[in-house]
Design a binder for this molecule. Structure first.
Ligand SMILES: C[S@@+](CC[C@H](N)C(=O)[O-])C[C@H]1O[C@@H](n2cnc3c(N)ncnc32)[C@H](O)[C@@H]1O
Length: 278
C-alpha cells in the first residue's frame, strides 16, 4: 500500500486545489504528509494512483464535490486543546472584568466568534471562562459562534463529548461545574453541560471562500492556529475581513506563531497575539 506515491503532476493539481479552496499551503516538502493522510482513502476507493484519484475528485462526476470536502478534511490539521495558550483566556476574562470595558458593550451580549473551532475545545474554553464572568457580573452576558471549514470536526464539537484525559488542563472547579461524567465509568468520557453547549452555535464557514457579509459584527474574534497554514496574501485578506467584522474596540486573538502583518496598523497590540481595533 505504501508504494502508491504522489507524482509531481498530481501534487501540483492537488495543492493548487487545496490552496484555492481552503487556503492551506501544501509545498513539495509536505509530500509525505499528503501521501500518508490520503493513501488509505485512495486505496479504499480502489484507485491505483494519486493521478487517478486527483482526476476523479477534480472531475464533474456527481460524487466529486463530496470527495473534495473529504480531501480538505483529511488534509487539515485539527490539533487543539482546552485552555490552549491559556494566557489569552485569562486576558479576556480580565478585560471584561473591568467595568469600563463592559460599559462599552452597552448592555448587549458580548458577541464572540471562534473562527477555526476544530473539535470544540476552544469555543468551550471560551464558554467556561465567560460563564464564570457572567456569574459574578450581572450586567454581562455572551454568545459564541463557532465555525470551521470541516463538518467532521464540527460534528464532534457539537456533540461535546470528550475523553476525560482531554480535560486535564481545565481547572478542577470548572470541571465539576460544567462537565458531566459518563454513567459508564469504563468509558472515561465527559460531556459538556447543556447550559454551556447552549451558549454556542456551530456552523460551517470557510475563511478563504466564505461570504463575510452574511456574518454579524463581533466584539471578540478568536482565529488561532489556522492562518499559519495560509499564504501571506491570504493571511492578509483574512485579517482584513476579520477586522471588518469587529465592532469598535473589538478584540482579535491569533495563535502564538501567527502575526497580522501589515494589518497591524489597524490595530493596537494589547499583549502579544491580542489586538484591539483602533
Ligand atoms: C490546528 S486547528 C486550530 C484549532 C483552534 N483554533 C486552536 O487554536 O486550538 C485548525 C483548524 O482550522 C480549520 N481550517 C483550516 N482551513 C480553514 C479555512 N479555510 N476556513 C476555516 N477553517 C479552516 C481546520 O479544519 C482545523 O479545525
Amino acid at each position: 500500500m505504501n508504494s502508491i506515491q504522489l507524482s509531481p503532476k498530481a501534487h501540483k493539481r492537488l495543492s493548487t486545489f487545496v490552496g484555492e479552496m481552503a487556503g492551506i499551503q501544501l509545498p513539495a516538502h509536505k509530500k509525505n504528509l499528503i501521501e500518508s493522510r490520503l493513501r488509505k482513502r485512495l486505496v479504499s476507493l480502489q484507485f491505483q494512483s494519486f493521478d487517478d484519484y486527483v482526476e476523479f475528485f477534480l472531475s464533474n462526476n456527481k460524487s466529486a464535490k463530496t470527495e473534495q470536502s473529504i480531501v480538505i478534511d483529511l488534509l487539515t490539521t485539527n490539533k487543539t486543546d482546552f485552555y490552549r495558550e491559556a494566557r489569552q483566556f485569562e486576558f479576556l476574562s480580565e478585560f471584561y472584568s473591568n467595568s469600563v470595558n463592559r460599559l462599552l458593550l452597552k448592555r448587549q451580549s458580548l458577541n464572540v466568534w471562534c473562527a477555526a473551532a476544530s473539535t470544540g475545545e476552544e469555543p468551550y474554553t471560551l464558554a467556561l471562562e465567560l460563564s464564570e464572568l457572567a456569574k459574578t457580573h450581572s450586567d454581562f452576558s455572551f454568545r459564541i459562534l463557532a465555525t470551521d471549514i470541516s463538518p467532521t470536526v464540527l460534528a464532534t464539537a457539537h456533540r461535546g463529548v470528550y475523553a476525560e484525559s482531554r480535560i486535564a488542563t481545565v481547572p478542577l472547579e470548572l470541571r465539576k461545574r460544567y462537565f458531566l461524567r459518563s454513567k459508564d465509568a469504563s468509558k472515561a468520557l465527559v460531556k459538556m453541560s447543556k447550559l454551556l453547549r447552549d451558549t454556542i452555535q456551530f456552523d460551517e464557514f470557510n475563511l478563504i471562500q466564505g461570504d463575510y457579509s452574511n456574518l454579524p459584527k463581533f466584539d471578540v474574534i478568536f482565529c488561532r492556529n489556522v492562518m499559519i497554514y495560509f499564504s501571506p496574501e491570504d493571511r492578509q485578506k483574512v485579517v482584513t475581513n476579520l477586522r471588518q467584522q469587529l465592532n469598535p474596540n473589538g478584540l482579535l486573538f491569533v495563535g502564538h506563531a501567527e502575526s497580522i502583518g501589515s494589518n497591524r496598523l489597524d490595530f493596537q497590540q494589547l499583549i502579544p497575539t491580542v489586538y484591539q481595533v483602533k
